[in-house]
Design a protein around this ligand. Structure first.
Ligand code: DGT
Ligand code: CA
Ligand code: CA
Ligand code: ZN
Length: 580
């Protein structure tokens, strides 16, 4: 079983226990799911390396849950989970994916209407049967239907955060097969698109048959769509489809180029090749019958007279023209971040203390980290009020005084009220090093009102960064109806920085918006939005979105050393607070 599957089971257990009204344990299982998702090593290999003890050392995992995880690793089954499912046989993962539908509601829907699947729920809601349940009503019935429609429209595409780890795991497995010389992830995953239709991998191998036999026998394969000597397609138990192609070594580069796509990029390249009287295909670049390039992507681009185009740019969005002219941007690199400006701790809804978060950020090589717990407007997270914030500032001062080897910045994720005011007073905001502002409620305001609200928040002289600007959750909640061009203009005028929230369910700003911001000369930051020490690992998704938006290192200010970073914030640039 992959880590993703085990995490899904832990999360389902959490929901089942929540349905039963069990206190505390649902949250514990939820945290374990988070911790498993954040691991960069397969659980099976953790287990084979260090046994039950190593599993129990994963943060949040105790002895009894470690035993459950080991049962899943060894047998693929867990009687405890099977019992819970038998008691309430509902499709928990699919139902909880519907915005606004929590465990208690799912339980009520099952108990009273026999709802087990999203299909059952849609039928019941359409027949007007949901509104009569206690605590539901016509409004929640409508909301459920809207949530289901949104899920359908996303068309079953997985998020990059779901698909990339699976593709990398399969890549690692294939590399171990005897006679396999090369393996590469291609397709939209290599381009780091925010959602993925299916996975595409390429292999160079002396025995293609051995590769294909291995693939169809993988324990997580639930269906084989097709198996042949050059291409095999399978469905995994997470619902993800994967195409694997074995290609000849001499055309590996051409095949990688072709199957990385995008289709539109391929077509643009093929047209360019034709103007030179060449022919480009997945087998190579040909002049008549003669292959003139194909072993590497680099040589194909070079022979076409182009500079190398990074996969994230291959969307036929001007990159071919820029490569021809030699004007491609020098994109921000995956190792360029020096700080993280959005992290939550156990002071609100995070899992770890300030020290633990700072220590992990330091271990990963960051030079500064802002602690940005939620504020009081977000009551369910025990958000800070002015008093609690001042107390936290003192705690951070004390930690910094001990020279922790990383600078801990005093910050907050300040709630934007419905009218665009902030829920923390200006005197307190003035004491913070970094102020992020964000929308967490009233997501459905009309465009004009929403835009005015966000602009008003950005106009606050203390609001340094607009966090996750559109508040979307990919496949779950639509973006706020916001005039992004106006927001970008306001960012430019007020010196407010726009965030790329790297959490793969958010990726907000998204790539297209990043590109607009970069073109307007607006500065960006890339943050993890970590609620757990494991979450710093998501930063690369945000960097990918920045690269897809043509961002250079200089556009992203948390690539700068601390002093320069602080100097680029609103107060400093406007000659305000200088004591920082
Ligand atoms: P996805 O899976 O929907 O997220 O997107 P991709 O880009 O991974 O698309 P996919 O899996 O259908 O095909 C992988 C790559 O193969 C695609 O990016 C470009 C190439 N490709 C597929 N079909 C065609 C085609 O009809 N023409 C051209 N030029 N390229 C194609
Ligand atoms: Ca694909
Ligand atoms: Ca495909
Ligand atoms: Zn939070």
């Amino acid at each position: 079983m992959t880590n993703a599957e085990i995490a899904r089971i832990m999360r389902e257990i959490s929901v089942f226990l929540d349905m039963e009204g069990v206190p505390f344990r649902p949250r514990a299982y939820e945290k374990i799911a988070h911790a498993i998702e954040a691991l960069d090593e397969p659980l099976a290999s953790v287990y084979h390396r260090g046994g039950l003890k190593a599993i129990a050392e994963i943060p949040g995992v105790g002895k009894s849950t470690a035993e459950k995880i080991v049962a899943l690793i060894e047998t693929g089954r867990l009687p405890y989970y099977d019992d819970l499912r038998r008691k309430t046989p509902v499709d928990v993962t699919a139902l909880t994916a519907i915005e606004g539908l929590g465990p208690k509601m799912i339980k009520a829907l099952y108990d009273q209407l026999g709802v087990k699947t999203v299909g059952d729920l849609e039928a019941a809601a359409k027949a007007g049967r949901v509104r009569h349940l206690p605590h539901f009503g016509e409004k929640s019935e409508q909301k459920i239907l809207k949530g289901i429609a949104f899920l359908k429209q996303s068309g079953g595409r997985l998020t990059l955060g779901e698909a990339l780890p699976v593709a990398l795991e399969i890549e690692a497995r294939l590399k171990k097969i005897a006679g396999v010389k090369r393996v590469a992830v291609a397709g939209s995953i290599r381009r780091r698109k925010e959602t993925i239709g299916d996975g595409d991998l390429l292999v160079v191998a002396t025995s293609p048959e051995r590769v294909m036999d291995f693939l169809v026998a993988m324990p997580d394969v639930v269906d084989v769509h097709g198996k042949g000597p050059t291409k095999t397609s399978v469905k995994l138990n997470t619902g993800m489809d994967v195409d694997v192609r074995v290609v000849p070594e001499e055309s590996f580069g051409a095949a990688l180029l072709y199957f990385t796509g995008s289709k539109a990029h391929n077509i643009a390249l093929r047209k360019l090749a034709q103007t030179k009287d060449y022919k480009l295909s997945e087998y190579g670049l040909f002049h008549g019958e003669r292959a003139i390039a194909g072993r590497t992507e680099e040589e194909v681009y070079a022979v076409l007279g182009l500079s190398y185009i990074p996969p994230e740019l291959r969307e036929d969005a001007g990159e071919v023209e820029a490569a021809l002219a030699g004007t491609l941007p020098d994109l921000i690199g995956y190792d360029d971040l020096r700080g993280d400006l959005q992290t939550q701790t156990s002071w609100t809804d995070g899992s770890h203390t300030i020290e633990e978060m700072a220590a992990e950020a330091k271990r990963l090589g960051l030079e500064y980290i802002a602690i940005t717990d939620h504020t009081k407007g977000l009551a369910m997270t025990h958000g800070s009020d002015e008093k609690k914030l001042r107390k936290q500032m003192a705690a951070i001062d004390a930690l910094n005084a001990k020279n922790p080897g990383i600078r801990i910045l005093k910050g907050a994720e300040v709630n934007i009220n419905k009218d665009g005011t902030l829920d923390i007073d200006d005197e307190t905001l003035a004491l913070l090093d970094v102020v992020g502002v964000a929308i967490h409620s009233h997501f459905n305001l009309p465009r004009e009102e929403m835009t005015r609200r966000v602009i008003r928040a950005m106009e606050n002289p203390h609001a340094d960064i607009l966090f996750h600007p559109t508040a979307r959750l990919i496949n779950k909640r639509e973006a706020c109806d916001l005039d992004i061009d106006e927001v970008i203009k306001t960012a430019k005028r007020t010196g407010t920085i726009l965030e790329i929230d790297a959490y793969p369910d958010r990726l907000d700003l998204k790539d297209e918006h990043v590109r607009k911001a970069v073109e307007a000369g607006v500065k960006l930051v890339i943050d993890s939005d970590a609620h757990h020490t494991g979450h710093f690992q998501v930063l690369h998704y945000g960097i990918a979105a920045a690269r897809r938006g043509w961002a250079k290192k200089s556009d992203v200010i948390n690539t700068r050393p601390l002093k320069e970073f602080l100097g680029a914030l609103k107060d400093a640039t406007r000659g305000g607070r200088t004591s920082k």
